[in-house]
Design a protein around this ligand. Structure first.
Ligand code: HEM
Length: 472
């Protein structure tokens, strides 16, 4: 009886495609996520598409997506193509690991990025925030137009390398910027290769493929410096074996007992760098995109900063960060409207039925999570930037408020382990920037486009910062 009600994925609707090529020509663009959004409008929350005959299911239904995310790691895994592409680049870490390997790798990562550790390493975030404020003050004096995306990437690289690997880089002050340049090459190439219908690069290397190889070699050299450095620290100070002071030391120590392979250690250091850099810097850039358009919101963040940490330059304690509710609301509202990972890619390990839809083992499923975050059913005035909706007392104007559809950090057992670190970085920097500067967009908002390259960022975002002291 129940079987009669089952929906076969073959019967799902499909947006208009092209003969033989299917939906590939439309998807082969800089804004894949927005193409998916348009298709949701055309074909509803659950539909199918195909690229040269290879079928994909797309779901923008938050309940359906949450169920799939929660059924990991046993019933669902990430696209096997992601694993294939990452491994080919030598990246064999927790993001693409599955099953028992994933469980073993996830534990030290989750511990390294726990709230306890974010609190313990707060002085590093503080130092880096002060460094970037100093740099922006300089920009303000020289009236420099700032490419904020690049600046925030330096900020996040420096923090991740110091917190997770105990290695001090000074990318903010351009001391390690070639490393940043090499990292920048990776995500766009993962994006290109994961969605490529054929692995042409295995037979013919384009200029971009050769640049990638060069960047991978340079990154490898730097990562082995992190690893050698940590090994020396452990050798010098054997107490680190029982009490490692960061993620890399924990992996190296576990290596003795649990036997992490060298490839796993290397792959996870690379994964942390990749996962922690663009995602956080993109989100910060989107926050500035909004702040530069709404000076009244900047004023509210500034007022809160003046009340919480008064004459201090930056929120000097983690306890103060917890009081920066309005800066937090700005971060949340930014990630609701501009999630840097608008879609996730999964496939079932076995035949499975979700909400009466029969999904065969190995089906490729794209979870479009952004659509629900900008739907009126879930958030009143859904397309407006209103941080107030995230405050405890809410906003009487906004009767619809469904925080549970927010998937900016994913969901289930594989939700982002760096969430706490990322939120802390965002709150502290948003608050400090608003405390010290007025912002001005140097391009029209409509000329700043959403660019998707595995993560989604504001292309062409150019901003000037006016230091409040220099305005006096
Ligand atoms: C605003 C910033 C960030 C956003 C929006 C973000 C978003 C995400 C998302 C959507 C996932 C996939 C989750 C899933 O499959 O359910 C993820 C996974 C992951 N993130 Fe983040 N992330 C951010 C910052 C960070 C930081 C700072 C780190 C570490 C330094 C980090 C480390 C990771 C790792 C290791 C994974 C893989 C987890 C696994 O597969 O078990 N992320 N992140």
């Amino acid at each position: 009886m129940v079987d009669n009600k089952l929906i076969n994925i073959k019967s799902l609707k499909s947006p208009k495609g092209v003969f033989l090529l299917g939906h590939l020509p439309q998807f082969n663009t800089y804004n894949k996520h927005q193409v998916l959004e348009r298709w949701v409008e055309e074909s509803g929350e659950l539909f199918k598409i195909h690229f040269l005959g290879k079928e994909f299911i797309v779901s923008a239904n938050p309940d359906f997506n949450n169920k799939m995310l929660r059924l990991r790691p046993d019933t669902f895994k990430r696209f096997s193509k992601i694993d294939e592409v990452l491994k080919e680049m030598g990246i064999d870490g927790v993001f693409n690991a599955e099953g028992s390997v994933w469980k073993r790798q996830r534990k030290p990562i989750a511990e390294a990025l726990s709230v306890k550790n974010v609190k313990a390493f707060y002085p590093i975030i503080l130092d880096k925030t002060k460094a970037i404020l100093e740099k922006f003050k300089n920009y303000s004096e020289k009236e420099t137009i700032v490419d904020v995306q690049k600046e925030f990437m330096a900020f996040t690289i420096d923090i991740t390398t110091e917190i997770a690997f105990g290695y001090k880089l000074d990318t903010i002050n351009n001391k390690s910027n070639s490393f940043q340049k090499h990292l920048e090459v990776i995500f766009p190439m993962i994006n290109t290769r994961v969605t490529a219908p054929l692995p042409i690069w295995r037979y013919f290397k384009s200029k971009k493929d050769r640049i990638l190889d060069d960047s991978l070699r340079s990154i490898e050299k730097v990562i082995y410096e992190f690893i050698d450095d940590a090994k020396k620290r452990i050798e010098k100070n054997p107490s680190l074996k029982t009490k490692p002071s960061n993620f890399l030391e924990a992996l190296l120590v576990e290596n003795e007992a649990v036997n992490f392979t060298n490839e796993e250690i290397y792959g996870n250091v690379f994964t942390m760098l990749l996962a922690g850099e663009d995602t956080t810097s993109n989100s910060l850039s989107w926050a500035v995109f909004y702040l530069a358009q709404y000076p009244e919101i900047v004023n509210k963040v500034r007022e809160e900063a003046n009340i919480v940490y008064k004459t201090e330059k930056v929120s000097s304690t983690y306890e103060h960060v917890e009081l920066l509710k309005y800066a937090y609301a700005v971060a949340q509202e930014t990630m609701r409207l501009k999630p840097t990972t608008p879609q996730l890619y999964l496939e079932p390990n076995e035949d499975v039925v979700i909400n009466n839809v029969a999904i065969p083992k190995g089906t490729s499923i794209i979870l479009q999570n952004k659509v629900a975050q900008t739907q009126e059913d879930h958030f009143s005035n859904a397309n407006s930037f209103i941080p107030e909706r995230w405050l405890d007392h809410g906003c009487p104007m906004h009767k619809n408020h469904s925080p549970n559809v927010m998937r900016a950090f994913g969901g289930g057992a594989r939700y982002c382990p760096g969430m706490q670190l990322a939120k802390t970085e965002m709150i502290v920097l948003i608050s400090a920037l608003c405390k010290h500067f007025d912002f001005k967009l140097e391009v029209k908002p409509e000329d700043i486009r959403e660019q998707f390259e595995f993560t989604m960022y504001p292309e062409n975002l150019k901003v000037t910062f006016k230091s409040l002291k220099t305005t006096k």
